[in-house]
Design a protein around this ligand. Structure first.
Ligand SMILES: NC(=O)c1ccc[n+]([C@@H]2O[C@H](COP(=O)([O-])OP(=O)(O)OC[C@H]3O[C@@H](n4cnc5c(N)ncnc54)[C@H](O)[C@@H]3O)[C@@H](O)[C@H]2O)c1
Length: 471
C-alpha cells in the first residue's frame, strides 16, 4: 500500500498542489443529495484517526444508510487502524486509504466527510471540503481563530453544504431538557450564566511520564512540560526526531514550524498555542454551546469580554492557560432581553462547578455530563419536560451523527449548524484574546469586529505557513 506507507520522509504538500486543488474545487457543484446507487447509502470519507475520529466513525458505521468508503491520516499506524476498523465492520477490503486528504476530497463518489484533526488544521480542510461540495461533520471548536471560523461559515454558506459540529451534548436528553427549561421561561428572565470548564493540562495519551524519566537526572526539577523552555537542558532532551510513522511536516501544516516534541503532538497538541487553545477552547464548544442554546443566543454574542488567566512561559512546551476567568456581557440592546445577561466562564479555580448553570429571576438550572439540578426538583424527573411546559420546542436529536445523516438527506439544518458553532465559541476566542492583551474587549456583535483595539484585532487571525491557504 504505497499510498499510506509514506512516513516522515514523505514530501510535504507543496504550493502547486494547493493551487491545483483550490482550482479544481471551484469547478465542482452539487446542490442536493441524490444517490444514484442501488443501495442509496450516504458515502462517507473520514479524516483524522486519533481520539475523536474513531469515536465518530464507529457511530457512523452503526448507521445502515451510511457507508464509510475512505479514510485519511498522516500517521501510517493510525491510517491502518482506520482502514482495518472499517473493513472489519463491513467484512470486505473496500475502504480506501489516503495520506493526502485532497485526494479523498477529489473523489466525486463521496457525499460527506468527517473531520477530526487537530484544531490548527480545521479551516484548511473544511473550506476545501465545502468548495468540493462535501457535506461536513466537523469537530469543535470550529477553528483555531475567529477569522478561520468566519471563513468556514462563508464557505459552507456559499457552497450550500450541510454542516454538523461535534458539539454532541445537544443530542443528549439532559442538556436538551435544561436548555428547554430556560427557553420556556421557567426560571424567569436569565440574568447570569456560569460556564464551568476544566483548568490545567491533561496528559491525554500518557506520554509525559516517559519524558519526565528522561529529565530526572537534570539538576533543575521539571514537573511538567509547562516548565520546559527553549535553551534549557530539558528542552534539548525533549526535542527528538519525529517517528517514522508520522509526516510531521504536514502535521504542523499551516502553523509555525517548531521542533518535534512528542508531548505536544498526539492529543496533547491542545496545550500548545501553536496548535490548540488549551482547556478553554477545548471545552467552550461544549458547555459554552449549551449556554447559548438555552439563552437563544445561537447567532448572538457578548458585547464586552474581560478575561484574566494564568499562563506558563509563552515559549514553554505547554503554554496554554491553566486558570482563567472570563466575564462576558450580552447587552439587552443586542439580545432583546429585558436586561443585560452576564456570563462567567471559569476554569481551574474551582470557583464554579463544571457544566452550565443559568440563573434567572425565578429560579435556576444546572447541567453537566451525567449531572442535572434545578431550583424546582420536579424538573429533574424524566428525560424531558412535561408536554404542557414545552411551548418552545428545541430541535430534537438522539444521536448526533444520525442527526447529520438525516440532514444530508433532507437538506435541512442539523442540530448544530456552522453558524452556531461559530457563535458558541466566540466567548472562548475573545476571552483568550482579552487575557493575552490584558484588557477588556468591546465586540461589535453584528459586524463581528473588536472595536478600537488594533492589537487585539490582530489576534483574531494568525499567519499561515506557506504554502497553506484557505480554499
Ligand atoms: N466532540 C468531542 O467530544 C471531541 C473530543 C475529542 C476531540 N475532539 C476534537 O476532535 C479533533 C481531533 O482531536 P483528537 O483528540 O482526536 O486529536 P488526535 O491528536 O488524537 O488525532 C488527530 C489525528 O489527525 C491526524 N491528522 C493531523 N493532521 C492531519 C491532516 N492534515 N490530514 C489527515 N490527518 C491528520 C493525526 O495524525 C491524528 O491521527 C479536535 O478538533 C478536537 O477538539 C472533539
Amino acid at each position: 500500500m504505497k499510498r499510506f506507507s509514506t512516513g516522515s520522509s514523505a514530501p510535504p504538500f507543496t504550493r502547486r498542489d494547493f493551487v491545483k486543488a483550490a482550482a479544481a474545487a471551484a469547478l465542482l457543484s452539487r446542490t442536493a443529495w441524490a444517490r444514484p446507487s442501488a443501495s442509496n447509502r450516504i458515502t462517507l470519507g473520514v479524516i483524522g484517526w486519533g481520539m475523536m475520529g474513531p469515536a465518530n466513525t464507529k457511530a457512523f458505521l452503526e448507521q445502515a444508510d451510511c457507508q464509510v468508503v475512505a479514510a485519511c491520516d498522516i500517521h501510517t499506524a493510525h491510517l491502518q487502524a482506520a482502514v482495518d476498523t472499517v473493513n472489519a465492520k463491513y467484512g470486505n477490503t473496500a475502504c480506501k486509504a489516503y495520506h493526502d486528504y485532497r485526494e479523498l476530497l477529489a473523489r466525486d463518489d463521496i457525499d460527506a466527510i468527517m473531520i477530526a484533526v487537530p484544531d490548527h488544521w480545521h479551516a484548511v480542510i473544511a473550506t476545501e471540503a465545502a468548495a468540493r461540495k462535501k457535506d461536513i461533520y466537523g469537530e469543535k471548536p470550529l477553528a483555531k481563530t475567529v477569522a478561520e471560523q468566519q471563513a468556514i461559515v462563508k464557505a459552507v454558506q456559499k457552497h450550500n453544504v450541510i454542516w454538523q459540529t461535534g458539539s454532541w451534548q445537544r443530542s443528549v436528553p439532559n442538556f436538551h431538557k435544561a436548555a428547554e427549561i430556560v427557553r420556556n421561561g421557567l426560571i424567569g428572565t436569565v440574568t447570569h450564566v456560569e460556564v464551568g470548564l476544566p483548568g490545567g493540562h491533561h496528559d491525554f495519551p500518557g506520554t509525559v511520564p516517559a519524558l519526565m524519566q528522561r529529565l530526572a537526572t537534570l539538576p533543575d526539577k521539571i514537573a511538567s512540560p509547562a516548565d520546559i523552555v527553549p535553551g534549557s537542558a530539558a528542552w534539548d532532551l525533549a526535542v527528538t526526531p519525529p517517528p517514522a510513522e508520522l509526516d510531521y511536516e504536514t502535521w504542523i501544516g499551516p502553523s509555525k514550524m517548531e521542533p518535534y516534541i512528542d508531548v505536544r503532538v498526539y492529543q496533547n497538541w491542545r496545550w500548545n498555542s501553536n496548535t490548540g487553545g488549551g482547556q478553554l477552547l477545548d471545552w467552550i464548544g461544549h458547555h459554552g454551546d449549551i449556554a447559548h442554546w438555552g439563552l437563544g443566543f445561537d447567532l448572538s454574542g457578548p458585547s464586552e469580554i474581560e478575561g484574566h488567566g494564568q499562563f506558563p512561559a509563552a515559549n514553554a512546551v505547554w503554554n496554554t492557560a491553566t486558570k482563567y476567568d472570563i466575564e462576558c456581557t450580552y447587552r439587552k440592546e443586542v439580545t432583546g432581553y429585558a436586561g443585560d445577561v452576564h456570563l462567567t466562564i471559569a476554569g481551574g479555580s474551582g470557583a464554579i462547578n463544571m457544566g452550565t448553570k443559568w440563573i434567572g429571576t425565578e429560579g435556576w438550572v444546572w447541567v453537566d455530563r451525567g449531572g442535572f439540578d434545578a431550583s424546582n426538583p420536579d424538573w429533574a424527573k424524566g428525560d424531558s419536560l412535561s408536554e404542557e411546559l414545552r411551548k418552545v420546542k428545541l430541535i430534537e436529536s438522539t444521536e448526533h451523527r444520525r442527526n447529520f445523516l438525516d440532514s444530508v438527506k433532507s437538506r435541512k439544518p442539523t442540530i448544530t449548524p456552522v453558524e452556531v458553532a461559530h457563535h458558541s465559541t466566540l466567548p472562548g476566542h475573545l476571552g483568550l484574546i482579552s487575557m493575552l492583551v490584558g484588557r477588556k474587549l468591546h465586540w461589535d456583535v453584528k459586524q463581528e469586529k473588536i472595536l478600537n483595539d488594533p492589537q487585539a484585532s490582530e489576534l483574531l487571525s494568525r499567519p499561515y505557513r506557506a504554502p497553506y491557504k484557505l480554499a
